[in-house]
Write a protein that binds this ligand. Structure first.
Ligand SMILES: Nc1ncnc2c1ncn2[C@@H]1O[C@H](COP(=O)(O)OP(=O)(O)OP(=O)(O)O)[C@@H](O)[C@H]1O
Length: 346
């Protein structure tokens, strides 16, 4: 049984915005899954849905199985326990998540006391152990959030997420607000903790470079759907979906002098989830869209053993049994493809 299995998850906000549309994903113990996509693609909505943290009035359908237990069917008491001891979330921007008027140690102790995962007399000891685990001196328990640097605060958030020994950590842009050096330290810390405690990890970011460096597998979301998935490094180095390519080309290859890729922005924005385009939702921005893409929706199709993408070019390549689906997705042999202005160097 997988640690987490999500099947056909749909999330529609009260205003009709279809933020997540039919997402399937699996995470096993010790596995690190990266979820990539621009702002507005539904990544945070997906993360919040996993622990039923969405606003009242939001419609969520499908299945979320945590160790085989259906999160969507859980009673309130069970759900509260699962939120810390089964899976926990590290959000971006620790300053907003920490309470400015309470000491760090008290804030880490709160979920431990609430869930009684440590005997009352041992809570201080457990807080000290958690702080040291995330690379902070135990004495920092006495500090207030404003007395810590951004990186230290994010370490506190990670300590809190680990407080009740969950099986799964969901990290939503955990390093976005940090400078590059601190970002690298926090990512290494998360990796070490996941390996040491055999946790499952879902890491959410718009930065494919960060995800490919940290995660085993990558899922690329666009307009609430998974449009590509596969081994992290392969997706980053050679994305099959035009959106995956564009996202990948938007980030520099760090430390790779032979890199042919320059960082560049993506033209346009993801669509409004209350007013999605017909056909493939990426077609208005796609450099290799065919006429049929304006009307025909695409589902994920396999490309090789471990990779899947939802693109007409990948589908055609797979039905033709073409060996080099990558070339086809580049649009190099598509007569009606428009000028490939993004990700075209592949
Ligand atoms: N409470 C809400 N009510 C209505 N629409 C919402 C709500 N929260 C988010 N949305 C919309 O749902 C879509 C997906 O948002 P979401 O925050 O999940 O995306 P994201 O990929 O995580 O982006 P970001 O990185 O900016 O958080 C967006 O169009 C957003 O405007």
């Amino acid at each position: 049984m997988s640690l987490l299995e999500v099947r056909d998850l749909h999330v529609t906000y009260a205003n009709g915005a279809q933020a997540v549309r039919g997402v399937d994903l699996t995470v096993d113990a010790g596995q690190k899954l990266g979820i990539a996509g621009e702002s507005g693609c539904g990544k945070s909505t997906l993360a919040l849905a996993l622990l039923r943290l969405l606003p009242a009035g939001t419609k969520v359908t499908g299945q979320i199985l945590l160790k085989g237990e259906d999160v969507l069917a859980m009673k309130w008491g069970r759900l509260r326990a699962v939120r810390w001891a089964g899976a926990s979330i590290v959000f971006q921007g620790a300053m907003h998540s920490l309470n400015a008027v309470h000491r760090i140690g008290d804030q880490i102790a709160e979920p431990i006391r609430l869930h009684r995962t440590t005997p009352p007399g041992k809570v201080r000891e457990r807080v000290a152990e958690l702080l040291e685990h995330v690379g902070l001196p135990a004495a920092r328990a006495e500090a207030y959030p404003h007395e810590l640097s951004g990186g230290q605060r994010q370490r506190v958030m990670i300590a809190m997420a680990l407080a009740c020994a969950p099986d799964l950590i969901i990290a939503d842009e955990p390093t976005t607000a940090l400078d590059v050096m601190i970002q690298a330290q926090i990512l290494r810390l998360i990796e070490e903790l996941v390996a040491e405690q055999d946790l499952g990890l879902i890491m959410i970011s718009h930065d494919l470079a960060v995800l490919s460096d940290t995660c085993d597998r990558l899922t690329v979301m666009y307009a609430g759907r998974v449009v590509e998935e596969g081994p992290a490094q392969e997706v980053y180095d050679d994305a099959l979906h035009p959106y995956g390519k564009a996202l990948s080309a938007a980030f520099p290859r760090i430390g790779d002098p032979s890199s042919r890729f320059a960082p560049r922005g993506l033209p346009g924005d993801p669509p409004d989830p209350s007013d999605l385009p017909s056909g493939c939702t990426f077609h208005p921005r796609c450099p290799v869209a065919l006429d049929s893409c304006t009307t025909e929706d695409q589902v994920l199709v396999g490309a090789g053993e471990l990779r899947r993408a939802a693109c007409v070019h990948v589908r055609e390549a797979s039905t033709q049994g073409a060996a080099d689906v990558s070339d086809a997705a580049d649009g190099s042999d598509t007569s009606d493809a428009s000028d490939a202005s993004v990700g075209s160097e592949r």
